[in-house]
Design a protein around this ligand. Structure first.
Ligand SMILES: Cc1ncc(COP(=O)(O)O)c(C=O)c1O
Length: 369
């Protein structure tokens, strides 16, 4: 069976580099924080152009830390996309805040600025925008809305480390931006990991404090924080992968082009049965994507999935339900008439995608079914 994401092939490709980097950490006696984590943070900041990069325990922790640093209080409303992974809304609710669900653009599948504006009320404090499947939403418009209404912006770039919008790097659009190093992400480690980015010195200081038990001097706890730190061994793995990120992103782009070409012909009627149109997520002008997912909207999803199964091509559904329909958010669902998010949940299918995916082979198999 073709792997959905071929992490094992990636390990094989850089194995000697990984073994050396891992051994150095194991021999160092320094397993949490320390010089390797510091060096990785410096590299993250340099690569994105963010003034500060602070690592932490996961992407979910990063969102929680960002919300705490921005001072979210019980009852505060925070606007999140309705069509995404649960983490942004979950973190808001965990701190007693109220997630308000905004709809998405029907083609790019990114949070819609118009829908954000429609959700703003007297209790709104901020926006969490997600770079869904690896490309950015319209940050020019979102930032204009945020500043017109005095709201802060968190950029959730869990899926998009390495993406750009009009030449600007992802992870630099928010007051605080975050990413995830979950193993399946475009830049993933061998466990959980995450990072926060900001240009603001004061926020950077708060972030470091919160992530380390509210402490900057040992056993002095200025605020009540949490334990969220990156292991040195994960930083070592990530530093190896960072060296190969550019070439991997190029391969991801080539793979996406091969899928795009196949589906353009498919839609021209060569293979598609009537009404079975398949439309890939649209790349907005000015964006480059990490293709964390290559996701299509299939008009007749169940028959497309049957075709994938018969060709033994794995798939995932990102995401089967809009967040406002999740049992844990039902009490916040009112006012979430998000038709585009609802439609996307019925049609979305993600196909195998990484730098080591043989998309030509997949396309050949698809042509036979
Ligand atoms: C958009 C988004 N935000 C946040 C997260 C959470 O990241 P983590 O799994 O590292 O906690 C994910 C992970 O899948 C994600 O896709």
């Amino acid at each position: 069976m073709i792997p959905f994401i071929n992490i094992r092939a990636q390990r094989e490709a850089y194995k000697s580099e990984f073994l050396q980097a891992e051994q150095e950490v194991l021999d160092s006696g320094c397993y949490i924080g320390g010089p390797i984590v510091q060096a990785f943070e410096t590299e993250l900041a340099a690569l994105t152009g963010a003034k500060h990069a602070v690592t932490c325990g996961s992407g979910t922790d990063a969102i929680t830390i960002a919300l705490l640093a921005l001072g979210v209080k019980p009852g505060d409303e925070v606007i999140v996309p309705d069509f995404t992974f649960i983490a942004p809304a979950e973190c808001v609710m965990r701190l007693g805040g109220i997630p308000k669900f905004a709809d998405i653009d029907v083609e790019t599948l990114q949070i819609s600025p118009e829908s954000i504006e429609a959700q703003i009320g007297p209790m709104t404090r901020g926006i969490i925008a997600v770079n869904l499947f690896g490309q950015c939403p319209d940050y020019k418009k979102i930032k204009e809305i945020a500043s017109a209404h005095g709201l802060w912006l968190i950029e959730d770039s869990a899926q998009a480390f390495g993406a750009t919008q009009n030449g600007q790097s992802a992870c630099t659009f928010g007051d605080i931006s975050i990413t995830s190093f979950y193993p399946a992400k475009p830049l993933g480690c061998y466990g959980d990991g995450g990072a926060l980015f900001t240009h603001n010195d004061e926020l950077a200081q708060k972030i470091r404090l919160i992530a380390n038990h509210g402490s900057s001097t040992r056993y002095v706890h200025e605020i009540c924080g949490m334990n969220s730190r990156l292991d040195a061994i994960q930083a070592a793995v990530l530093r190896v992968k960072l060296r190969h990120l550019d070439e991997e992103l190029k391969k991801r782009h080539e793979n996406a082009r091969k899928y795009d070409e196949f589906f353009a012909n498919y839609n021209a009627g060569i293979r598609a049965p009537a009404g079975a149109k398949i439309v890939p997520q649209k790349m907005a002008d000015g964006n480059t994507s990490t293709y964390a997912q290559y996701t299509v909207l299939a008009e007749k999803r169940s028959s497309f999935i049957e075709a994938l199964k018969s060709a033994e091509i794995p798939h995932c559904i990102h995401y089967p339900a809009p967040l406002h329909e999740q049992p844990c958010f039902k009490m916040f669902a009112q006012g979430s008439e998000n038709n585009n998010a609802i439609k996307a949940c019925k049609k979305a299918v993600s196909l195998p995608m990484c730098a080591f995916t043989d998309v030509e082979g997949i396309v050949e198999m698809l042509k036979k079914v």
